[in-house]
Design a protein around this ligand. Sequence first.
Ligand code: SAM
Length: 250
Amino acid sequence: MSAAAVWAERQEGRGIPPEILAKARSNPWRHEVGHFTAPEEPHDTPSRAAALALLGDGGTVLDVGCGAGAAAFALVGPLSRVTGADQQQDMLDAFAAAARARGLPHRTVLGRWPDASADAGTADVVVSHHVLHNVVDLPPFLRALTAAAGRGVVVEMMAQHPMAWLDPLWERFHGLHRPPSATTADAVAVLRELGVEPQVQEWERVTPPRHDAAVVTQRLCLPESAVPAVAAALDTLDRPRLAATLSWTA
Ligand SMILES: C[S@@+](CC[C@H](N)C(=O)[O-])C[C@H]1O[C@@H](n2cnc3c(N)ncnc32)[C@H](O)[C@@H]1O
């Protein structure tokens, strides 16, 4: 099986069966804009260092799946102009507000990558943080990142699907056994299949991604009354911290 097929199969294994999805109060996949605010003082991560190395004295950045722009706004200084592309308008609104607050020339593009790539255009450096695990068909997504970059690409991802640590809760509340998650190694294998040899750095996040009991209850398609039981179950699980930075030149 090709690496791309392995990735797709593992990502499809993250799906929610229709009979469980039918019970959802709201879209369990939707990202909450408030969880992705770009910090005033950026965290000094391997992803930031890789993007700064590509930017050198200065250049433009395209942030794919930008959310509120944590990846791009960590590059303020050498960053001369920024484009944010996202499939959610509320994320783009937060991105534009953050760019205005920093006095940065900016543009936003609403759409799903890679379909949005024509509108997004090109930039010296393309960053895409915590988006790969939203994607099933990875090769077109990755190819379009490379094609949009004048100098190089920096991707950040969790070592496993960011929801994989909740697998015991799917088992407990729905009796649903989930197959193994797609991993950083799986993404690297897809890149190699495309003829790209990325630099890979694995590291630990200072803070794990935000997952409060109310959000997890929604993700699990459970009623609000289940929040206390979910909160108790969450206390028994370790939050994921292992992340990876994949970078390559265009
Ligand atoms: C987990 S958030 C990460 C946001 C931001 N990059 C960060 O690191 O804070 C994922 C973001 O990617 C967006 N997204 C997911 N798949 C996408 C796609 N195929 N095209 C465009 N945006 C996408 C979501 O709407 C969301 O804003």
